[in-house]
Ligand binder design. Structure first.
Ligand SMILES: Cc1cc2nc3c(=O)[nH]c(=O)nc-3n(C[C@H](O)[C@H](O)[C@H](O)COP(=O)(O)O)c2cc1C
Length: 341
């Protein structure tokens, strides 16, 4: 039986965005069985849960959902059939997905385009160019997200942005006032020697960058509340990002994973069109601001990720853990209900 190289698939998976770059995933690879089907199990790594910002693991699952979709795209780019079965085992709740790789099936041009975008995608926290994101891109993302039972709602009605910006700032204040939140954030940011996770200063905009002319306050990874503030010497540069909310009908593990898959796919669609994104999720971590956002925007369903998108020039890429830290090769082929428990 032919032995397939699964590395490109795993390499694509770990390029997924994750909250605080926690990379809260593990992969168990089961070599091909008699049916010539390789199986990759995706598991949640709960040791990487943000216990303060994300106590229920909502963002952990969204992050893993993105990794699952990037793995699927990586799998298709290797020219094999690739199917995803979410939550395959009711008795193993942290076994989030079983990805099955079968026989030859050439990727479509669209799948090739998305696979190329895996290494182009990154989180942009600096300012965007003063150039609107085309409506067609939004529509394409909405179509992709629907495949995962996820809606993408632009904040384009009068007052939407103001409401969201006020609540984003309010959530930032509430979280920053909590010393436990601050110590968790500090543990995942700054220069952590040899770290292959978290948010190093190198991925943040330089402190002297001209401030964004945008009402949205971003999460303060630098521990510098003054960074990016407008002063007389530093007038803001206008930017008009597209601001969108990803949301789902349900608010459970399954829907969080689906929202993550939609996020992963849409960010690749955007990256392949030269558009970068910056999630702003504090407003959805704080119960009161999340409820107010839902009410004020008249949302039907549950908001999962708020993202600003636009054209940018790109800072350095965030680090990733080496594959051998996150991948385990199992001894035998996958059978019904295999996988670590
Ligand atoms: C669920 C989720 C929530 C996130 N929330 C924020 C956020 O509030 N602020 C921010 O700057 N980045 C946020 N990010 C982006 C991550 O920090 C980023 O994906 C990670 O650092 C890896 O970097 P990369 O996207 O450039 O590969 C979020 C990502 C995910 C998946």
């Amino acid at each position: 039986m032919e032995a397939h190289d699964l590395r490109p698939i795993l390499e694509a998976a770990v390029r997924a965005p994750s909250v605080h770059n926690t990379q809260p995933w593990r992969f168990f690879v089961h070599p091909a069985s008699a049916a010539s089907r390789d199986v990759i199990d995706v598991l949640a790594d709960r040791e990487r849960l943000l216990a303060v910002a994300d106590p229920f693991g909502r963002e952990l699952h969204i992050s893993c959902g993105a990794a699952i979709e990037l793995a699927r795209i990586g799998g298709r780019s290797t020219g094999r059939s690739c199917t995803v079965h979410l939550l395959p085992d009711a008795h193993a709740p942290d076994r989030l997905a079983e990805i099955s790789l079968g026989g030859a099936e050439p990727p479509t041009p669209e799948e090739e385009r998305l696979a190329e975008a895996v290494s182009l995608r990154y989180t942009e926290r600096g300012r965007f160019e003063d150039r609107p994101v085309p409506k067609e891109l939004l529509e394409e993302m909405q179509g992709c997200a629907e495949e995962f039972e996820t809606w993408v709602r632009p904040l384009d009605r009068p007052g939407d942005e103001t409401v969201a910006a006020v609540l984003v700032a309010r959530a930032g204040e509430i979280e920053s006032a909590n010393p436990e939140y601050e110590s968790e954030l500090t543990a995942w940011s700054g220069e952590r020697l040899g770290a292959s996770d978290g948010i190093p200063a190198s991925v943040l905009p330089p402190p002297d960058e001209q401030p964004r002319g945008s009402p949205f306050r971003l999460r303060d990874f630098a521990g510098d509340a003054e960074a990016g503030h407008v002063t007389e010497e530093r007038p803001p540069r206008p930017e008009h990002p597209l601001v969108v909310l990803f949301g789902t009908a349900g608010n459970d593990k399954y829907h969080w994973l689906q929202a993550g898959r939609a996020l992963g796919r849409c960010l690749l669609v955007a990256a392949s069109a030269g558009v970068a994104a910056s999630p702003m999720t504090q407003v959805l971590e704080v119960v009161s601001t999340r409820a107010m956002l839902t009410k004020e925007l008249g949302l039907v369903g549950h908001p999962q990720v708020l993202v600003r998108m636009g054209y940018a020039h790109g800072h350095q890429r965030a680090p990733r853990r080496p594959l051998d830290e996150v991948v385990t090769y199992s001894e035998g082929p996958a059978a019904g209900g295999v996988g670590p428990r």
